[in-house]
Design a protein around this ligand. Sequence first.
Ligand code: FES
Length: 320
Amino acid sequence: MSNEKHTVKVMRITEVAQGVREIVLKSANPGLLPAFTPGAHVDVFLPNAMARAYSLTNASEPQGATEYVLAIGLASASRGGSRYVHEQLQEGELLEVGTPRNLFPLSDDPAPALLIAGGIGITPLRAMARLRQAQKRPWHLVYAARSRAHAAYASELMAHGDAVEFHFDSEMGGPLAVGQALAGLTPQTHLYCCGPQALMDKVRELAAGHPSSHLHFESFGAQLPASTGPQARGFAVELARQGRVIEVAPDRSLIDCLEDSGVVVPSVCREGICGACECTVLGGEVDHRDSILSDAEKQANQTMMICVSRAKGERLVLDL
Ligand code: FES
């Protein structure tokens, strides 16, 4: 994984739906930006000292990308990331971005793909739909949004006719009936879902019998179980390479305690959704709280996201 940063220029900012800004970034230096595949995200380092991971919604050539296109919704509980983008970011501004990473890749399996998007979760799924269309492979998108006005890229997607099914809460008297959205699911279908946690939880619940290799989820929100607070327990972390042991208090995250002790691990979202802080686990059982690792990866207990995950027992050993 490359942690290299690239300087980009904000070329264009467009309102593509109510509360959604599309940001087009181009390299500030000659040449292309690093290539990416549908489902990838890029870490954006904002001038207000915040870093956020955003899905890329455009396509890239294998040799490199001419631009990175993001669609960023204004989060009602924004801690400064989307609020900055919506209220302060200007065309012409220079930003630093990381090298794109893909934790939500589109399978190369030609079998049908069912894409379920909730709100701004459309961003990676739009890129997937475009690739499947270009590959002439079967795909179907179910796109749920609060209203027609809130649905980014709705008119573009309407051009695909029956391949796209819209659900607007305001017109249909409530949220998407997930059971109906999954009606066409066959054991061969790859199911991709990106949206609010409640939608993803419902999809997981109703698709529980589906082969796990064909289930793909991407979170964009921070509605993760609290990693600190009264319900959390303290534990010790042994840093195997450094030969040190650090105590993690119930009300602190592991990454905060490491930083207090002068141990810096790269991080971006600090919400368990970007993968930047992944560490190798050498001992102890992890209480995984992230939205990145699959159930099988969590069970394998080989890595953890130290910004949100904790120890199930009294001690963890990390390869640090
Ligand atoms: S910093 Fe993003 S997953 Fe930990």
